[in-house]
Ligand binder design. Structure first.
Ligand code: GLU
Length: 471
């Protein structure tokens, strides 16, 4: 928890504001806002000759759809308020992008850098055991995934622990997502959040009339971008925006500080430089401009805070000069800083929309796990043959032939990564257009965050109503 308002309370305030633009009954709004289950865990881990008490949580925010879904983070900032807020954001996120899950989140209050791999493994396995004991994990109950400080390795440990206890459960591989591809994961999951940020941004900047209002031309090509945080989300957003969108990355920050190069930074080379030297400071051609927060204040078209929450606050909001902010992290802007940015005319793409790519592809992974076969296995060959017959017929009728390469492109079925990325692209485009449409229908709503909450609330409320709980 930071500042005066708790993170969870600030999410509640956003929801209350959005609810005032709907006719959802007050009691139903209260039910939607409430955290349904909060599990607080303490267990020991042996460090050297002593023991440490590990503080951990799993929160299931909403059971209006099952299973519940959300990552597990390993960070020193973890406390009950943070996990509750993040679980709530998952509920609104899933509803917004039509992923049919309730929201959840887990957290362990540790800095993983302070532990050996063996210790991390025993912490992860013990945490999973606690979840199993309390019936807080399972493919139809609650499905964790990676978040800040965790990745495919931790998910593999969770799966292995779960399967040891649930031997023979046919859908057990769907108990966790974000697994390594070799362990029933799905291609494209690792970069999904960053790729989703890119698709969301690309859709946002595609509307010429919206861009004109903030003095920009439509399209990603040539736009300047500053990224805070080179973890999974920040690095993939920067890489994909640079490679596929022709975006110029002019500033980057990490915990060791901020660098800038107005001529553009090659992200791939910067990542290699950091792997080698342990820091981004000193990267050839760049200038060191200050601490981890300094880059946030650079003049740029797009600012991507992709680290932790509470980065843009009352203290620095006035000095933010970006035209668009994509909240790749969860909660990077505090509730009191938000109106200051809005007054400055900055377009904010809210976290629970712009970082929804991760959970979207987690959903695809879960579907793949439950179907027990890879996407396309049944239909790919059939489609290829059908397309090949159409191509032959066209050749026969026109008297012309195409090259083998052209034939292959026209007739082959999609690979797993192509199908995943197209599903993700479609999801991010559809959700943005829904938010934009809501904004148009409610001229009194001025920001995308409120409009996005309105979209989510309406969908969740209609789920509750169709359950017959609120006739
Ligand atoms: N931790 C990610 C998020 O905050 C992904 C959650 C998931 O895949 O379930 O959205």
């Amino acid at each position: 928890m930071s500042g005066k308002i708790s993170f969870f309370k600030s999410v509640e305030n956003y929801v209350d504001k959005a609810a005032s633009y709907t006719d959802i009954p007050r009691g139903l709004v209260e039910q939607i806002k409430a955290c349904n289950l909060v599990l607080q865990i303490r267990f020991p881990v042996r460090v050297g000759n002593d023991y440490q008490v590990i503080e951990a949580y799993r929160v299931q925010h909403s059971h209006h759809r099952l299973p519940t879904k959300g990552g597990i983070r390993y960070a020193e900032s973890v406390d009950q308020d943070e996990v509750m807020a993040l679980a709530a954001l998952m509920t609104y996120k899933c509803a917004l992008v039509d992923v049919p899950f309730g929201g959840a989140k887990g957290g362990i209050r540790i800095n993983p850098a302070n532990y050996t791999v063996e210790q991390l493994q025993s912490i992860t396995r013990r945490y999973t055991t606690e979840l199993i004991k309390k019936n807080f994990i399972g493919p139809g109950i609650d499905v964790p995934a990676p978040d800040y400080g965790t990745g495919p390795r931790e998910m593999a440990w969770i799966l292995d622990t779960y399967q040891a206890f649930r031997h023979g459960e046919i859908d057990s591989i769907g108990c966790v997502t974000g697994k390594p591809v070799t362990q029933n994961g799905i291609r494209g999951r690792a970069e999904a959040t960053g790729r989703g940020v890119y698709y969301g941004l690309r859709q946002c900047v595609s509307y010429a009339e919206d861009m004109a209002k903030i003095g920009l031309t439509p399209g990603m090509e040539g736009k300047t971008m500053v990224v805070q945080g080179l973890g999974n989300v920040g690095s993939n957003t920067a890489l994909i925006s640079q490679k596929e969108g022709g975006v110029k990355i002019i500033g980057v920050s990490e915990r060791e500080g901020s660098i800038q190069d107005l001529n553009g930074i090659d992200v791939e080379k910067l990542l290699a430089f950091r792997r080698e030297t342990g820091s981004i400071i000193g990267y050839p051609g760049s200038t060191h401009i200050g601490d981890a927060l300094a880059a946030l204040e650079m003049e740029c078209d797009i600012l991507v805070p992709a680290a932790l929450e509470n980065q843009i606050t009352l203290e620095n909001a006035d000095r933010i000069k970006a035209k668009i902010i994509a909240e790749a992290a969860n909660g990077p802007i505090t509730a009191d800083a938000d109106p200051i940015l809005q007054k400055k005319g900055i377009v904010i793409l809210p976290d629970f929309y712009i970082n929804a790519g991760g959970v979207t592809v987690s959903y695809f992974e879960w579907l793949k796990n439950l179907s027990h076969h890879r996407f396309g296995r049944l239909e790919n060959r059939f489609q290829t043959n059908a397309f090949a017959r159409i191509v032959s017929k066209v050749e026969e009728m026109t008297g012309k032939t195409i090259t083998d390469r052209e034939r292959e492109l026209l007739t082959r079925g999609g690979t797993e990564i192509e199908l995943v990325n197209s599903g993700l692209e479609d999801t991010m485009i559809t959700a943005f257009d829904q938010i934009r449409e809501t904004l148009k229908q409610h001229p009194d709503i001025k920001d995308l965050r409120t409009a996005a909450f309105v979209c989510s609330l309406k969908k969740i409320a209609s789920d509750y109503i169709s359950m017959g709980i609120f006739p």
